[in-house]
Design a protein around this ligand. Structure first.
Ligand code: ADP
Length: 467
């Protein structure tokens, strides 16, 4: 069932219930009023009859108010009929119980079908107790009641039809902006993702919905553009070494070479292949870290051990690099050295920062300082190298970004993007501070106490988690 039909039905049901309640109340109140009025008339009839009988000695039929099937019966206190006026055959079944109730000096009312009766008690001038029962049909009252019922019922039905039509038109009108939104959203695809929905001048929920859609489209467009530029940058980075390699092979093949010359050419090719492998590995790691659901294999990791390992791996590859590791203070407990995270990813992040520090310093030297604080560890990777300009600092964490001033130094511009994502995955933070010509410091903060750490330490098992 669509929303329009549901709204219409709901509207009809609501109004039908309210009008029905009102109709039933009117009918009930009118019936009460008619009953009271007829009781009054029967009571007057009873007293008039007994007064005429007592004072005049007879009751002239023509002088009395006419009630359909009227009957007035006078009983003595033992229930013996003294006088019967109206229908000669008593039609209303008067029970001894009814008479007894009248003796309690209460006017009594009873209704059997259309026939209604009132019983009253009268004390005549001789001190005799008389019980008078007046009965009859309230033909006019009941006819009016029937008519009222018909009017109310047909009015109710008519109101249902009117409300149904009005509800349908109202729902159609209310949902028109939604239908327009659907048409606009359907018209947006990858080719025109820059298009936005018209919000209109109203400040209502639908305008909010359109605004929310537009925000989502902006995010999608950004991701889309980023994805496109990522692919084109990656292709470009791969094409450059391939072109270089092709040129080297072509030049080498131009003439017959000595063994030494071939060796030099192969070494150059090998360097290019290694550089490509580094790039492809970096790209793969970045893609893994950036995928929507990253499964991290959390386990307890000692930060100091990780840093020493990263240092020795880099130095074994590039012996010219010098990396100093300093502890500002030592933790009281060994547990404060431990964080939970994925060792291989953290290793990659630390290696990137250490390598950059050495790579972008003329003396190939950098240092790492470790500061233990309650619940966290602060790591500062600093160098006295070329530094980064303020305009470049805003972009260095973007994939493939390389500052103009360092273009002569080999690199692909994905190390810092990957490092930032890794630190993010470990719920840490990374900041950079740099002065051109003086050096650069990257500050990383990682938490040493977290609910996840307690969980991992208690279970004693590595724990997988989606982030
Ligand atoms: P890559 O080093 O492969 O170019 P990164 O993503 O690691 O890629 O770094 C991006 C850019 O940031 C570098 O090209 C460089 O210009 C700048 N950069 C990073 N670290 C440093 C540093 N320690 N000193 C100076 N510049 C740096």
């Amino acid at each position: 069932m669509n929303i329009r039909t549901r709204l219409t039905l709901l509207f009809v049901l609501l109004v039908a219930s309210i009008v029905l309640l009102f109709t039933v109340s009117v009918y009930y109140l009118y019936d009460q009023f008619r009953e009271q009025e007829f009781q009054q008339r029967l009571q007057e009839k009873a007293f008039t009859t007994i007064r005429l009988r007592e004072d005049v000695g007879e009751v002239p039929q023509a002088d009395l108010p006419v009630i359909t099937n009227e009957q007035v019966t006078v009983y003595n206190k033992r229930g013996v009929v003294l006088f019967n006026q109206g229908n000669q055959r008593p039609r209303f079944p008067v029970t001894p119980d009814f008479l007894r109730k009248i003796t309690l000096r209460q006017p009594q009312y009873v209704r059997i079908g259309d026939l209604e009766a009132v019983g009253v008690l009268h004390l005549n001038s001789r001190g005799e107790v008389l019980l008078i029962v007046a009965s009859g049909n309230d033909r006019y009252g009941l006819t009016k009641l029937d008519r009222l019922r018909e009017i109310l019922f047909s009015g109710w039905l008519l109101s249902l039809i009117i409300v149904g039509i009005a509800g349908y038109l109202f729902a159609t009108d209310a949902l028109r902006p939604v239908a327009e939104l659907i048409t606009q959203v359907n018209a947006i695809s990858a080719t025109n993702i820059h298009q936005r929905l018209s919000v209109g001048r109203q400040r209502d929920e639908l305008a909010d919905l359109a605004r929310t859609f537009n925000d989502m489209l902006t995010r999608l467009e950004e991701a889309f553009v980023l994805q496109k530029s990522f692919v084109s940058h990656a292709s470009h980075e791969l094409r450059t070494p391939l072109t270089v390699m092709m040129g080297q092979i072509e030049v080498t093949r131009l003439q017959a070479r000595t063994t030494e010359e071939y060796e030099v050419a192969f070494d150059a090719l090998l360097d290019e292949v290694k550089s490509m492998i580094r790039l492809v590995n970096g790209l793969l790691e970045l893609a893994r870290a950036n995928s929507d659901i990253v499964t991290l294999n959390y386990q307890p990791v000692r930060i100091d051990e990780l840093l020493w390992q990263a240092q020795s791996l880099i130095v074994s590859k590039k012996p010219a690099y010098q990396i100093d590791i300093d502890f500002d203070n030592l933790p009281v407990q060994e547990e404060d050295l431990v964080i939970v995270g994925e060792e291989s990813l953290l290793q990659t992040a630390f290696q990137n920062l250490m390598e950059n520090g050495c790579k972008y310093s003329p003396d190939n030297r950098m240092s790492v300082r470790i500061l233990f604080m309650p619940g966290k560890i602060k790591l500062t990777f600093s160098d006295h190298g070329y530094g980064i300009s303020q305009s470049d600092i805003a972009h260095i964490f973007e994939p493939f970004y390389r500052s103009e001033s360092t273009m002569t130094i080999s690199g692909h511009g994905i190390g810092l993007a990957l490092t930032q994502r890794i630190i993010e995955l470990h719920h840490g933070s990374i900041e950079v501070e740099s002065t051109v010509g003086e050096g650069t410091s990257f500050r990383i903060t990682l938490l040493t106490s977290s609910p996840l750490k307690k969980q991992v330490l208690q279970s004693g098992e590595p724990m997988s988690s989606n982030s």
